[in-house]
Design a protein around this ligand. Structure first.
Ligand code: HEC
Ligand code: HEC
Ligand code: HEC
Length: 402
């Protein structure tokens, strides 16, 4: 009876749970002693490679079947000895969520204990939550910076508007979005919060070249009066919000399957137009001190086989085989990406960006941390004015073309 009551309670609370997740500050929402169900675990060669947690046991009663789940990203190893279909008590930080089709999140787990059944887990959770010692421990755990607070309705409305703007602007003429579209330009489908705050808005406002060998295709300037639609400042921030929150799908979305302009290829003209006046990419001069610390960092040495890092490596324009073929200049990578994303990306590029051409380099935790330390220092150097990235802005020249 008590068991049933809890399930009922869980079911009733459920919409409220989704609601609360969205309205809290993000990224990185910490949860402690949360009762979840280990739905599925995949082990390959003795390594846990995937874990999915659910809010209820979908097998127990059809009525509680729920598509809502959390993928474990960090802390997979903690589930090694816990069998599938077990109730668990977990401490984790929720990093990314999809609110499009049910709730689907991605979390770093710090601690997990298995329980005999749901009731044991619930009472253990209650016990721990009322233990002052445990509370103190939780309170002192460092937490990720959180960003905007907003309520569900306004977020949802803005995302809808963002989607409409992106559709009207036909970004998908070049980019993959919500898991669907061409690969002329870098994919805009990813998981987790990717960019430093406000980077996206600034970039769409005035796009510049980051991939020196991307070929003849340019990112278009949607704030130009020639753009249809030409995006206004408030619209840029809505587009940025939409990209940040909803473009994080990993599965193709059916919203985009049919669009009237489908046969209208942006790539064709915008490459030709650009070719008439090719952009000269001038790499950022790397100051001596940063150059030395880059060269002293063993983990970074292999990167410059594929990525340029300012003038530490020059990519010749005649090299590239096609658009998006060459990797981003690391100057812009370290500037634009959040540390959290960079670390997670290096750990598993194709999990975060299903279409990424970045190979999994099999870096150790120490190697990743060395790279993140360098990236932090690099961001600091930009902030202090010790380094200024050399931007080559994309600008359309109309002359002689119609
Ligand atoms: C004509 C093709 C084209 C269209 C249309 C286009 N883009 Fe791009 N976009 C590009 C190219 C090419 C790049 C890569 C530029 C570089 O790295 O130098 C890019 C880069 C970007 C980036 C940076 C991604 C990253 O992390 O490096 C964002 C964000 C972006 N575009 C958003 C948009 C949005 C939003 C729209 C619609 C409003 C749009 N793009 C329409 C070609 C296009
Ligand atoms: C038939 C050739 C052609 C095709 C196809 C084409 N464009 Fe354009 N586009 C142009 C020309 C020409 C201009 C410059 C217009 C002007 O200066 O009045 C332009 C300008 C733009 C601009 C303004 C850029 C700036 O910096 O001023 C945007 C944005 C744009 N196009 C988006 C797109 C998108 C998105 C697609 C694909 C869905 C696309 N275009 C397909 C010819 C084309
Ligand atoms: C074998 C070639 C290769 C090596 C080695 C390599 N990368 Fe990449 N990397 C790529 C390619 C290709 C991409 C995808 C193209 C893109 O988005 O620029 C990429 C993308 C990335 C991105 C995403 C960039 C963005 O703009 O979103 C990051 C971050 C990155 N690499 C970091 C690194 C670091 C750090 C190293 C060294 C530890 C490294 N890569 C080594 C080829 C490589």
């Amino acid at each position: 009876m008590r068991h049933y009551f809890f399930l009922l309670l869980l079911g009733l609370l459920f919409p409220a749970v989704c609601f609360a997740l969205v309205s809290e500050g993000r990224p990185g929402i910490p949860y402690f002693n949360h009762v979840l169900f280990l739905q599925q675990k995949i082990v390959e060669n003795n390594d846990v490679v995937a874990v999915s947690l659910a809010y209820s046991d979908p097998g127990e009663d059809e009525r509680w079947k729920c598509s809502n789940s959390i993928d474990v990203f960090g802390g997979l190893g903690l589930f090694r000895d816990i069998p599938d279909r077990t109730w668990v008590l977990v401490d984790y930080e929720l990093q990314s969520i999809l609110i499009d089709n049910g709730f689907n999140g991605d979390a770093d787990v710090f601690n997990v204990s298995a329980c005999e059944d749901l009731e044991t887990c619930l009472s253990l959770s209650e016990e721990r939550n009322s233990d002052p010692q445990a509370q103190k421990l939780h309170a002192s755990r460092p937490r990720a910076k959180s960003t905007v607070k907003a309520n569900f309705e306004t977020i949802q409305e803005q995302l809808e508007l963002g989607r409409k703007l992106v559709k009207a602007a036909r970004c998908r003429g070049c980019h993959n979005l919500e898991g669907f579209g061409p690969d002329h330009a870098p994919s805009l489908t990813w998981k987790r919060f990717k960019y430093e705050e406000h980077w996206l808005e600034h970039y769409i406002q005035s796009p510049y070249r980051m991939r020196p060998a991307i070929g003849d295709l340019m990112m278009l300037k949607y704030t130009s009066p020639n753009a249809k639609p030409s995006l206004k400042t408030e619209e840029l921030s809505i587009v940025a919000k939409y990209l940040t929150n909803v473009a994080t799908a990993s599965a193709p979305s059916d919203r985009y399957l049919r669009e009237l302009w489908q046969g209208y290829d942006c790539y064709e003209c915008h490459t030709r137009l650009y070719k008439t006046e090719p952009i000269e990419f001038t790499p950022t001069p790397i100051p001596q001190e940063i150059r030395e610390s880059f060269q002293a960092n063993q983990s970074l040495q292999q990167c410059i086989n594929c990525h340029p890092f300012g003038d530490l490596h020059s990519i010749k324009p005649q090299d590239p085989p096609g658009p998006n073929a060459f990797a981003t200049d690391l100057v812009f990578v370290f500037e634009k990406l959040s540390i959290n994303y960079l670390g997670a990306f290096l750990q598993n590029p194709s999990y975060l960006e299903p279409q990424s051409q970045m190979p999994n380099l099999g870096l150790s935790e120490k190697q990743i941390n060395d790279i993140l330390d360098f990236a932090r220092g690099f961001k600091g150097a930009i902030e202090n004015g010790n380094l200024s990235p050399n931007r080559t802005y994309y600008e359309m020249k109309k002359d002689g073309i119609n």
